[in-house]
Ligand binder design. Sequence first.
Ligand code: PLP
Length: 358
Amino acid sequence: MASIEQLAVDNVRQLTPYQSARRIGGNGDVWLNANEAPAAPNLTLSDDALNRYPEPQPEQVLTNYAAYAGIGTDQLLVSRGADEAIELLIRTFCGSDDNILYCPPTYGMYTISAQTCGVGIKTVPLTADWQLDVDAIKANLDNVKLVFVCSPNNPTGNLLKREDIEAVIQACAGRAIVVVDEAYIEFSPEANCVELINQYDNVAILRTLSKAFGLAGLRCGFALASAEIIGLLLKVIAPYPIPVPIADLAAQALTPAGINAMQQRVAELNDNRQWLLQQLEQCPDVAATYPGAGNYLLARFHDAPKIFAALSASGVIVRDQSKQLGLDGCLRFTVGEWEELERVVDVLVRHSREGGNP
Ligand SMILES: *Cc1c(COP(=O)(O)O)cnc(C)c1O
């Protein structure tokens, strides 16, 4: 007789689930580990017709986001966070003989979603300066249907060069879709790749309300792509993926007033990021800092476990990235309120004064 465990498909039995910030947890009052916004926008439920199923794709959210992004509503899909869009792309384009390709160190959900779906994985590491290794990607496209690239890249923080992204798209023409993950693009809006969806039919862009819009709890994300790609994704997505209250609140967050508030929050957080970077650069425990283009900064420490513990003991929770390829000793700091970052700096200053640095 098979155990219940043995009844599960092999790829699920072998799966280590995504170690999300919430799953890892921690004890503290300053949460700088999940790249969330420090405060939520003020929204109020206005639609209480919960006896009815929602629209398959909420019209007002589509209209507002399409206007914000400068695309047509037929080039847009609303999903349960960008994470659902990642999985939908894999389920739509990859069978069991196909692969996704991604470039570590980067966001962890590409690999988890592929594993969950029983799809193969190829990795081509980023170069030493965390850019795309275009030639190596080109050399590894056999049986690849989706190439995930992330800009600003999480957790390194840098933007990818647009000419490299475009070179990969061209190399993938007729064989694979390139997915540009722009979860943090509002913090560096000039670098957005949205016009590529009009130039190439094999591009999809991921966006979310979780980061700059301050609505991680809402679970609302987007895929932007040709109408043809969106049509395929709509065949695969659940019939009623976006609950009525989510559509209601998301549409409010995407009004001109909501977008304006987001942009003000971004300006403030970008200033805070610059301040934190300067502080980290002066810290003797820090081995290297990296300028970031999102709402987070990566820093390499001489003794990261000790710093992590010192922060944690003071109630400051950051993200340990030291297990990622090439990120030995690296911690990632979400850029929060200035007072929160001051707490980080206080701990670091106290630690180095106590002779913590080697
Ligand atoms: C946070 C994040 C996502 C997922 O966003 P959700 O919309 O909350 O699912 C996707 N990609 C990257 C790079 C992220 O950091």
